[in-house]
Ligand binder design. Structure first.
Ligand SMILES: *Cc1c(COP(=O)(O)O)cnc(C)c1O
Length: 357
C-alpha cells in the first residue's frame, strides 16, 4: 500500500518498530521523563515559551477540539468561527452542543478568508476566534498572521486547530498570539491515531482554572495538574505517546521543524509541478504544504479514488458530500519521498492512457 491520504499517514520504520513492542507500565519516573520530553519538543517546534503548557489527550483530534471549547469558553463568550468546510462545521456543532454563543464566517468551498470579509466582524463585541488554520477538507490554508492581527486588535481569545498543519506549515505560537493550539498524532506527526495535543498559554490556563468542569474525561484542569508531573489522569495510549517521542526526537535530530516543513513543502511542490500535465485544476486558492486538492474536469473523482486503490494499491483521499464526484486530495504528510510521487504520477499516466481521466 502506498498512502497519500491526509491521515492516518505512513510512519517511519523507527516509529513502527515501537508499535511491535510490549506496552510498559506508565506510572513511572521513566514514562514521566518521556512525557516531559514530548512537551519540550512540541513547544520548541511551535515556537512557544517556557511558561506555556502542553496536554496530551487520548482521543483523536476532535477530542481536543471539544476539550478546547468546553474548558476555555463559557456562556459569557461570543465566538467567531471560520467555517470553510467540514472541520469548520465541526467547531460550529461543538459550540451548538455546548451552548457557546457564536457567529460563523461561512466561506465557499476552496476559498480562503480575505481581509475584506474578516473586517466586517471588526469591533462587533466578540470575545473569541476559532479557526482550523488548514481546512483539510478543501485544502485551504488561512492567513494566520492576518487572523492574529485581527484578534490582537479586537482582544479575542484565539483557538487554532492546526491538526493537519503543525509541522507542515510555519506556526509561531507566541509571536502569533495563539492561546490554544491543537494537533493530532496521525497527520504530520505521522504516528498512529489516538492521541491529540493541546498547547496552552497563560491566558488559556487562566480561563481553564476559572471555568467549572463540564466533563470528567476531557477536564483540562485535571489534565494540567497531571501534566505537571509528566502524567495523565487516566491510562493514555502509551504506545502512541512513545511513538510520538521517537518521531519528535527524529525531527529534532534531522534539523528540526524548519527542515521538516521544508521537506514536506518540497514534496508538495514536486507533485504540483508534475500534476499540471493532467486534466485537473487545483481546487483551493490558498494552499497548505500538507495537501493538494484537485478538481476533475470530466472524470469522476470517486472512480479515480476507487481505481487507484483497487488496481494500483495507491490510496488518495476522496472527498465527501457535494464534492464527492469532483474533488480528491493528495496528501504530502508522513513517510513519503519523490520516488513515491513518481509512482503516483506513473499511475495517473496509466489512467490517462486507459481513458479514465
Ligand atoms: C484530521 C483533522 C481533525 C481531527 O479529526 P480526527 O478524526 O478527530 O482526528 C480536525 N481538524 C482538522 C483540520 C483535521 O485535519
Amino acid at each position: 500500500m502506498l498512502n497519500f491520504t491526509v491521515g492516518p499517514v505512513q510512519s517511519s520504520q523507527s516509529v513502527r518498530a515501537i508499535g511491535a513492542e510490549q506496552i510498559p507500565y506508565f506510572r513511572t519516573k521513566e514514562f514521566s521523563e518521556i512525557m516531559f520530553e514530548n512537551e519540550k519538543l512540541i513547544k520548541k517546534f511551535a515556537y512557544a515559551s517556557d511558561e506555556d503548557n502542553v496536554v496530551f489527550i487520548t482521543g483523536s483530534g476532535t477530542a481536543s477540539m471539544e476539550a478546547a471549547i468546553i474548558n476555555t469558553l463559557n456562556e459569557k463568550d461570543k465566538a467567531l468561527v471560520v467555517n470553510g468546510g467540514s472541520f469548520g462545521e465541526r467547531f460550529v456543532k461543538l459550540c451548538e452542543i455546548h451552548g457557546i454563543n457564536f457567529d460563523q464566517i461561512k466561506l465557499d468551498a476552496g476559498k480562503t478568508l480575505d481581509k475584506d470579509i474578516l473586517y466586517r466582524y471588526d469591533n462587533k463585541g466578540y470575545t473569541a476566534f476559532i479557526v482550523n488554520v488548514h481546512e483539510t477538507s478543501t485544502g485551504v490554508l488561512y492567513d494566520l498572521n492576518m487572523i492574529s492581527e485581527f484578534c490582537k486588535k479586537n482582544n479575542l481569545f484565539l483557538i487554532v486547530d492546526a491538526i493537519s498543519s503543525f509541522l507542515a506549515d510555519p506556526i509561531k505560537f507566541k509571536e502569533q498570539n495563539i492561546d490554544v493550539l491543537i494537533t493530532g498524532s496521525q497527520k504530520a506527526l505521522a504516528c498512529p491515531p489516538g492521541v491529540s495535543v493541546l498547547l496552552l498559554n497563560e491566558n488559556a490556563i487562566n480561563r481553564i482554572e476559572s471555568i467549572p468542569s463540564k466533563c470528567m474525561y476531557l477536564d483540562l484542569k485535571d489534565a494540567l495538574n497531571n501534566a505537571r508531573r509528566g502524567q495523565t489522569p487516566f491510562t493514555p495510549a502509551v504506545s502512541v505517546l512513545l511513538q510520538i517521542n521517537r518521531r519528535l526526537k527524529d525531527i529534532d535530530a534531522n534539523g528540526g521543524v524548519e527542515k521538516e516543513i521544508e521537506r514536506i513543502a518540497d514534496l508538495a511542490a514536486d507533485f504540483r509541478k508534475r500534476i499540471k500535465a493532467f486534466p485537473f485544476e487545483i481546487f483551493s486558492n490558498s494552499l497548505s504544504n500538507a495537501v493538494t486538492p484537485l478538481c476533475t474536469k470530466t472524470a469522476s473523482a470517486k472512480t479515480i479514488f476507487e481505481t487507484l486503490k483497487n488496481e494500483y494499491g495507491i490510496w488518495i483521499c476522496p472527498n465527501g458530500g457535494e464534492l464527492a464526484e469532483k474533488v480528491f486530495r493528495i496528501g504530502h504528510l508522513g513517510e513519503l519521498s519523490e520516488k513515491d510521487n513518481d509512482t503516483l504520477i506513473e499511475a495517473f499516466k496509466d489512467l490517462n492512457k486507459r481513458g479514465l481521466i
